[in-house]
Design a protein. Sequence first.
Length: 323
Amino acid sequence: MELRDILRNLPEQNDPNLLVGHSGSDDAGVYKIDDERALVLTVDFFTPVVDDPYDFGRVAAANSLSDVYAMGGKAIAAMNIAAFREDLGSEVISEIFRGGAEVAGKAGIVIVGGHTVKDSEVKYGLSVVGIVHPDRIVQNAGAVAGDLLILTKPIGTGALSTALKAEALDAANYAPLVASMTQLNREASERMLEHGVHACTDITGNGLLGHALEMAEASGVTIEIEAETVPVLPGALEMIEKKYVPGGTLTNRALVEGHVSWDRDRDNVIDELLVDPQTSGGLLISVPEAAAANLLEDLRAGHAEAAIIGRVHAKKSVSIKIS
């Protein structure tokens, strides 16, 4: 059973101050405080995707914060949430927390505490609180026919992390992988708000096509993605060709099956890249065509590989079209 089926069985949330809850596929919940302020609430944690504990802490923190930025919010505080093996040394745990604290500092937030449990597998992340004006919430619903789609970071983290676990990734490809996963989406969020964003989501575990599908279905549109324009991390295509493919790729392929049409010859490597599960990926932004070029120019000051990767159309027979 999929998580969405489980959530459907939960009691309805009737609090009028709950502006965004679990009924959709948004990146975070939003709860109204007053006419000027609403809280953005999210939590995320996962097992290590890199070997270095300090890098793992940085990646996990950046990933957790991303949901607030995708909603157009400003992160203000967070709490650590972690699981550690009993035999894990205190130095390793300290390095994970240090990495998380460094990213939190760059985000301008405070980590006010947290909770840990014993577990057979290491896990770390943050529970994050942000703030947003109730009238300026950005959701994955709202994409409009005629919009252009901008992706702010290259994809391929799943394949590269899988190769890393197999000790098949060299230092030249490791460095850009970590740099991408630790880069905050804060600046991209601020820029999109300045250019009249219609919809946004961050690209994480469901891969580019999975999250684009959520946006398309929530908005009642068809999203066209031009595969050759999608930015890719160095070495990602090579790792997929060498069969370093995470298990999540198969899950994501099944998720989008029946919702995608292809206007070109199929390419197994590109197909798998488009459903590659991402960790701390970029923002997928739906913006009016007239604003897209200026937004892209502003984004590239901090996100050099940001690119226009597609267009929004009126609803057709499928939700996603690959050209």
